[in-house]
Design a protein around this ligand. Structure first.
Ligand SMILES: Nc1ncnc2c1ncn2[C@@H]1O[C@H](COP(=O)(O)OP(=O)(O)OP(=O)(O)O)[C@@H](O)[C@H]1O
Ligand SMILES: [Mg+2]
Length: 410
């Protein structure tokens, strides 16, 4: 076997409300290739609406997922890229201006202008997670994505700043540390999903990503090749399960099973005469109901969710400017009828997104529940953004200090 170049090992840790997933991959920064080597998953027991509510339980879930991923990949996991979401996430747009140091824009000028743009007042219970450049203006020329080496005297940066709750971020770091791991980067989950799912054209034209998980629906709007808006709605698949359990008087676990196996978000898409069995609570015998009756419970909740999304996007005028429409991902988007219902409520073209840009383990790459995990891996191919650099949270060496994986030896 011929030995190939050294590839770096990266591990993504998606601590979701329903599951914790650890994905190990080998990455080649030069060719921007990513090959998934191992995967582990466990039920998430210590999370609520995307936020840690029980440290010990979350630590156990991470341990199990990481252990499985280590076993499958044969790699000992040390550093991880972790996702974060929850209704503590907030975002704002800001801008900064500096005088260009020499006769052309240098990397130092870029760092200075981002530093100027991030100088906003952030409450002490918030942490600046990302400062994402949206566009640069050199003198009077706007719409520039990379101003390096451009001539000019004045450099302006328009950025999207994302803040998270300091304690929410610390709790994630604590859980990771207790598993003898290091949170090498913390990345906003919808940014990760967007990286994995959206095409360049969609990001350029204007597109809205909805990651509908178990506890949160994460919204990210991209336009002109960069992020414009982010928002988290603390309603997702768990509420649908709760509604089924309440309406059909069935235990939560059975409601979850019924939802995954038989629910459709649009009742009119279901055959009228198809019957399904519903487990009853206590010692009562199971009952039969029509699949359409189940979908009539599910549809109003999903419709309400899309209505909330509509209101959020419409308020900022984002729906109207999203020429490439809406892309759905996250486990709940796998429910039949979600795309059709979203199109009805949002009145724009909607598609289901699958992660792109990674190979190996197709059951992971093609599963919408793992779009965030794959996106976190792809994020490793991007340069560390200014928030991490300026915030001093990055540690020297970063990914480069990870074990090298000699691809040719396997
Ligand atoms: N085929 C399906 N039909 C309906 N719902 C599904 C299906 N498959 C998965 N789900 C739901 O998707 C949700 C899990 O999705 P996902 O793994 O994206 O969430 P998570 O990352 O754990 O949570 P979050 O991102 O909200 O913190 C669960 O509510 C589950 O019931
Ligand atoms: Mg998720």
């Amino acid at each position: 076997m011929t030995r190939k170049r050294d590839w770096e090992i990266v591990t993504a840790l998606d601590i979701g409300t329903s599951k914790v997933a650890a994905i190990v991959a080998a990455m080649d920064e030069d060719s921007r290739e990513l090959e998934i080597l191992g995967f582990g998953s466990s039920s998430s027991l210590g999370m609520k609406r995307g936020t840690v509510v029980n440290i010990e339980a979350t630590v156990r879930s991470i341990h199990q997922a990481v252990g499985e991923a280590e076993l499958m990949s044969g790699v000992q996991i040390g550093d991880v890229i972790v996702g974060i979401s929850g209704d503590h996430v907030q975002s704002l747009n800001s801008h900064g201006i500096v005088a260009v140091g020499g006769d052309a824009v240098s990397e130092t000028d870029m760092a200075r202008v981002i530093e100027a743009a991030r100088a906003v007042v952030v409450p002490s219970d918030k942490r600046v997670l990302h400062v994402l450049p949206r566009e640069y203006v050199v003198d009077d020329q706007d719409g520039i994505l990379d101003p390096t080496l451009m001539s000019g005297v004045r450099l302006e940066a328009h950025v999207h700043i994302i803040t998270v709750g300091e304690s929410a971020a610390q709790n994630i770091e604590k859980c990771v540390r207790r598993c003898d791991l290091r949170a090498e980067r913390i990345v906003l989950e919808h940014l990760a999903s967007g990286t994995a799912i959206l095409t360049e054209d969609e990001m350029q034209l204007g597109c809205c990503l909805l990651d509908i998980g178990a506890g949160t629906t994460d919204i990210a709007v991209f336009e002109g090749g960069s992020i414009r808006f982010t928002h988290v709605i603390p309603i997702a698949g768990d509420q649908v399960t709760y509604d089924i359990a309440q309406s059909l008087r069935t235990p939560t676990q059975s409601a979850e099973q019924l939802k995954i196996s038989h629910a459709c978000a649009l009742a009119q898409m279901v055959e009228e005469d198809k019957e399904i069995e519903v487990v009853s609570v206590g010692s009562r015998p199971p009952r039969k109901i029509s699949q359409q009756a189940l979908s009539r419970v599910v549809e109003p909740r999903c419709e309400e969710l899309f209505q909330l999304v509509h209101n959020v996007l419409h308020r900022g005028g984002y729906l109207e400017s999203a020429a490439a429409g809406v892309v759905l991902t996250g486990g709940t988007s796998a429910m039949p009828g979600m795309v059709e219902l979203a199109e009805e409520v949002l009145n724009v073209p909607v598609r289901l997104g699958h992660a792109q840009g990674a190979r190996g383990l197709s059951e992971v790459v093609n599963n919408p529940s793992h779009a965030t995990g794959v996106g976190l891996l792809l994020y490793a191919l991007k340069p560390r953004d200014q928030a991490a650099a300026a915030g001093g949270r990055s540690q020297k060496g970063g990914l480069r200090s990870l074990f090298k994986w000699f691809k040719g030896q396997f």
